[in-house]
Design a protein around this ligand. Structure first.
Ligand code: ADP
Ligand code: MG
Length: 647
């Protein structure tokens, strides 16, 4: 007896759904793509319960005839390709003929549609993959699809969905980015209580960016001059004159926006890449972007980038992944270099002044000459001017599996003093403090400076290095304290205590600070508004996707309020994970203390240094800042003796 059998169509559809439909946002993606493929000029999306209860998409595209409306739910039914050859020249967003049957297999779906060639529309109702009803209805041209109770047939799958606000955030991000890629179309996204996005058609990506992200984001961005190149130019001529690219060669066009170098994001969430207006993830392009920013951004921080690539369909294979989010380029290296060079050109043309010190390590071999130029130019600036803009160093990448942004599990004191190599302890500020400044003990220079286990209370401050690090002594040796990190720790402890006691001190702002939110930030804002209130913020809605901050936690300089709000919203919306309330509180406290803390390059009076050292000693965990970086380094008596060869 044979034990192999062919799966029924309904099982096959559920399997396909597993690949294509991960969450409400993936349903929205497929339906949006269908609407755009159908030539819609206007797409309206409404969701309830983050899309878990309802997703409804209405478009004014070409619609479907009665017969097509039924055929569309068959597996591998598509109007977009006919033969295998067509796979190599796909100009539509869809082509697999899988989305509608997959979605219908795991939800209750109603389709209403009318094609211009027919007088009446068609209504099709399907639940859990079973056809329930088909009838004639009156319907204007175009299509409406309603998807209710996603995964009601697969409760196990439903459990994997995150909170409503997280899912809504994903939907908002998705709709936002399709809106960015299609400025000539109008998009609207609403939840039961809110209009999250509403953008009428505009003429350029720039105007669309302004509609969607607001003027403040636009100010952080540089628009790239569109670059067009024929693929053959990539092939270097063996000798002599550059070869004339043949007019037959495929033409590739890059345009988009990148952030100014002073904008530093803690994750890659703000990097978006579109190939022929399809939003994709692509490691090659990510690499090209990182390369372009090399030595302009410090390692571990990321820019904002929106890159639009237009490329003949024959040059790119989109049939790589069921959800069509990955692509393969025929001339990958060419595309990589084109993207990297276009970004770099933009960065250099605008002669950005970087707001951080350059790493002293030699540029890696093969680095474009221009990068070294920027580095040199920066190195020539007077140290003080440069120091004035030193931001706190980016958090160290934490262990895999933990948050990249913050590490708020109470920093453990290592059983043994953690040893910091000289280089990593001092390198970020190396241009003004040459590493030779410290006498290095011959064999174990790297181990001489260490983060001690406990902070004694009898430290005598002597002064500051570069108005950034406090130098102190006691009988045990020499101590160096990062004044920003130390103050951060002090403020963090105090804020956490006050938040627990519900006694956060509040300052009213003279003028409310207006903050524009991106669609997904608005979703996050609504989810955490109450917690923001408990942390000393008084925030009120102020027009569409704009809020007015009227009061903020005491101690916070007014010009930090906006940055802080955005940082909190971004930190609270990390990809894929809903934060627990504890995590959220920890992050808010860390952000507040970071923005309120004494900065680097700030002169401190002796009394203030004394106070800071005492206050630090009184905290629960004086050795690390709330982000997990060390606050104090020690150069012990023994190390000194050794270094001077006295022992
Ligand atoms: P694919 O997009 O890969 O072709 P789908 O399952 O997403 O597969 O859709 C099947 C077919 O249904 C499409 O090829 C298209 O002809 C039709 N269709 C789906 N959505 C729409 C829409 N909003 N407007 C018009 N036709 C649509
Ligand atoms: Mg489709």
């Amino acid at each position: 007896m044979s034990i192999i059998h062919i799966l029924s169509e309904s099982v096959a559809n559920k399997i396909a759904a597993g690949e294509v439909v991960e969450r409400p946002a993936s349903v929205v993606k497929e339906l949006l793509e269908n609407s755009l493929d159908a030539g819609a000029k206007r797409v309206e999306i409404s969701v309830e319960a983050g899309g878990k209860r309802l997703i409804r998409i209405v478009d004014d595209g070409q619609g479907m005839t009665h017969d097509d409306a039924l055929l569309a739910f068959e597996r591998h039914a598509t109007s977009k390709i006919r033969s295998a050859e067509d796979l190599f020249e796909i100009s539509t967003l869809g082509f697999r003929g899988e989305a509608l049957p997959s979605i219908a297999a795991v939800s209750r779906l109603v389709l209403e549609t009318r094609h211009a060639s027919e007088n009446s529309g068609t209504r099709v109702e399907i639940a859990g993959g079973k056809l329930r009803d088909v009838k004639e209805v009156a319907w204007p041209q175009g299509t409406c699809i309603e998807v209710r109770d996603l995964f009601f047939v697969t409760p196990a799958r439903r459990k994997f969905l995150k909170s409503e606000s997280t899912e809504l955030g994903h939907v908002a991000t998705l709709a936002t980015h399709y809106a960015l890629a299609h400025p000539e179309k109008s998009f609207r996204l609403t939840s039961l209580t809110n209009e999250i996005l509403n953008v009428p058609p505009v003429a350029s990506h720039r105007e669309r960016l302004y509609q969607v992200m607001g003027g403040q984001t636009l100010e952080q961005l540089l628009e790239m001059t569109p670059v067009e190149r024929r693929v053959l130019t990539a092939i270097l001529p063996e000798s002599g004159e550059p070869e004339e690219p043949s007019t037959e060669a495929p033409l590739i066009r890059v345009q988009g926006f990148i952030s100014r170098p002073e904008v530093q994001k803690l994750n890659r969430n703000n990097i978006y890449f579109f190939v022929n207006r399809r939003l994709v993830r692509d490691r090659l392009i990510l690499h090209a972007i990182t390369e372009a920013f090399r030595n302009i951004l410090p390692p571990g921080v990321f820019p904002i980038a929106l890159i639009f690539l237009e490329i003949p369909p024959t040059e790119v294979d989109v049939n790589v992944h069921p959800s069509k989010t990955e692509v393969r380029f025929r001339h990958g290296n060419f595309v990589h270099d084109l993207v990297r060079d276009s970004i770099r050109q933009t960065l250099l043309a605008t002669r950005p002044v970087a707001a951080f010190p350059m790493s002293r390590s030699a540029p890696p071999a093969g680095l474009a000459v221009e990068a070294a130029d920027v580095a040199d130019a920066l190195a020539e600036e007077p140290p003080l001017m440069r120091a004035a803009t030193i931001p706190p160093p980016p958090p160290r990448p934490s262990a895999p599996g933990t948050s990249r942004d913050f590490n708020l599990s109470p920093p453990r004191l290592e059983p043994r003093a953690q040893r910091l190599p000289l280089d990593s302890a001092l390198a970020p500020y190396a241009p003004v403090a040459p590493s030779g400044a410290f006498p290095a003990a011959p064999a174990n220079a790297e181990e001489a400076i260490q983060t001690p286990r406990e902070l004694p209370l009898d430290l005598q401050p002597l002064g500051q290095v570069q108005e950034s690090f406090i130098v102190a002594v006691n009988a045990e040796g020499l101590w160096i304290v990062d004044q920003h990190a130390a103050h951060e720790r002090v403020l963090f402890d105090r804020h956490v205590r006050r938040r627990q006691d519900k006694k956060v001190e509040v300052q009213r702002l003279l003028m409310p600070i207006i903050v524009q939110l991106k669609p997904e930030q608005q979703v996050v804002y609504q989810a955490i508004a109450e917690e923001l209130g408990a942390n000393g913020f008084e925030v009120e809605p102020f027009g569409q996707r704009t809020v007015a901050v009227k009061a903020a936690p005491a101690d916070l300089p007014a010009d930090e309020v906006e940055k802080l709000m955005i940082e909190i919203l971004e930190g609270a919306s990390r990809e894929g994970s809903a934060l627990s309330l504890d995590e959220l509180r920890g992050r808010i406290a860390a952000s507040i203390s970071c923005h309120a803390a004494i900065k680097v390059n700030m002169e401190l009076k002796h009394k203030k240094m004394d106070w800071l050292l005492q206050a630090l000693g009184g905290t629960d965990c004086p050795m690390t800042c709330p982000h997990g970086r060390p606050t104090v380094l020690r150069y012990g008596m023994k190390d000194l003796m050794k270094a001077f060869k006295r022992i």
